[in-house]
Write a protein that binds this ligand. Structure first.
Ligand code: IDP
Ligand code: MG
Length: 137
């Protein structure tokens, strides 16, 4: 089942020079393809839409501030079960709980700066792709 997902390499990943490392793991999966890719500093209005489900949570304001703090890489990745697949490559939200071998498990320590975002369902992917790539079809 071919799908598309919205992926962000967060500002910590870009600052630390991990774009190539993380992109390589995604590119290495058979039958997945990068369909769009851009280095982009995310503005507040984009982030408010993207993280709407987290408004009011204690981590929301520092999360948005962190996500604005430097450029991210924004990508569209397409392929077989790619929504579940990129989440599996990323590992769980808390990098200390994430298994070694996962992106968060290999490179992360604190929860906020966990390197990567990936859509968590077909509904989220559709919603997020429209936010970041409104003209992409
Ligand atoms: P996800 O990125 O694994 O889907 P979400 O629960 O959707 O995780 O949270 C969105 C982002 O908010 C996380 O990736 C992380 O950067 C940040 N975050 C989530 N929970 C916490 C927390 O308890 N403390 C600090 N930051 C958090
Ligand atoms: Mg999430």
């Amino acid at each position: 089942m071919s799908q598309r997902t919205l992926v962000l390499f967060k500002p910590d990943a870009v600052r630390r020079g991990l774009i190539g490392e993380i992109l390589g793991r995604i590119e290495s999966k058979a039958d997945w393809a990068v369909k769009a890719l851009e280095l982009r500093t995310l503005d507040r209005s984009t982030l408010e839409q993207h993280y709407a489900e987290h408004v009011g949570k204690p981590f929301y304001a520092p999360l948005v501030e962190f996500m604005e703090s430097g450029p991210s890489v924004v990508l569209v990745v397409e392929g077989e079960r790619v929504i579940e697949g990129v989440r599996a490559l990323a590992g769980p939200t808390d990098p200390i709980a994430a298994a070694p071998g996962s992106i968060r498990g290999d490179f992360g320590t604190i929860v906020r700066e966990n390197l990567i975002h990936a859509s968590d369902s077909e509904e989220s992917a559709e919603r997020e792709l429209k936010i970041f790539f409104p003209d992409f079809s």
